[in-house]
Design a protein around this ligand. Sequence first.
Ligand code: MG
Length: 347
Amino acid sequence: MLLADRSAYAPGTLDICGDPSLRRYWLDLFRRHIASAAALVAREHAREPELVARMERARAAFTAHVDALAADGAAGPFDTLTLCAERERALRAAGVDDPFRRVKERENVAALALLPAVLAEIDALAEPQRLEALVRGIFAGNVFDLGSHATAALYEDGGADFSAVRTRLAPRPWLVDDLDSLRERFESPVGCVLLFVDNAGSDVVLGMLPFARECLRRGARVVLAANRTPALNDVTHDELLALVAQAAPLDEALRAAVSSGQLALVTSGNGLPLIDLRALGPELRAEIERHPPDLVVLEGMGRAVESNWNARLRVDTLKIAMLKDVSVAQHLGGALYDLVLRFEPAG
Ligand code: MG
């Protein structure tokens, strides 16, 4: 219902199945990623040997699936979205609900503690600095990503600190830089903004919540759409409900918007780090029918780039992400950690 042309839509940007070197690269990446997720569960849940054993079964099953695709050059079709879905299936089949739950909880607590200071910093700014600071906050928060090898390693080394990352971000112009078009768009009223959020912790708390608050301040109804079920360190709808309930008392604007209903939380129905916009859940479809958005924001590399870079929507669309994978970055003509902010008027 958001798509300009549903029949022309495909939620995949890279052809990782048809290109032999991309095929090798991505299958190897998925194989290494499930191994590092299993190692994380073993560390985090050392006192729950039953869970560690279930995670090991999930790792073995998913690795066998990847190995079979790697062994048969003609096997397919597959893409990053179907591989992510297969990984979640292997986890659930082995009885593993959410390997990243503890990490997300820790990062949520840490991010909430920083929220008042981040909001105060933004409030001290006037345009044109203000919108740029909000966008840079989204980029910096988005570094908390345990699905990418580069940022997972950064996180483990303690290098994913929000403020430090923010100061190290690439300067403008970014690889794709439509900030001026976005600023122009915000000069006319925006009735309703639908934000597809990505990760827990600094990403949603210090990046997307301040941006949502800015949209509220400009009079918009704001809907935060998070996954129904866990995928990597993406925030889930239930987690986001709890987070917003904790954030609201810290800020009068958020508190007022929650209590008036100007800020609403609706599950996207999704359970992957990427998103197929044809497969939104019934709650979000009903919400879109009741309150058609004027602006849709797809945040994070999975949703904005890997699955929807070429998607044209019927409404103004903002695609915003840090490129945390070298092959995705190269596909867009950039390098690791390049930043993209693409604003597309309604198609
Ligand atoms: Mg994510």
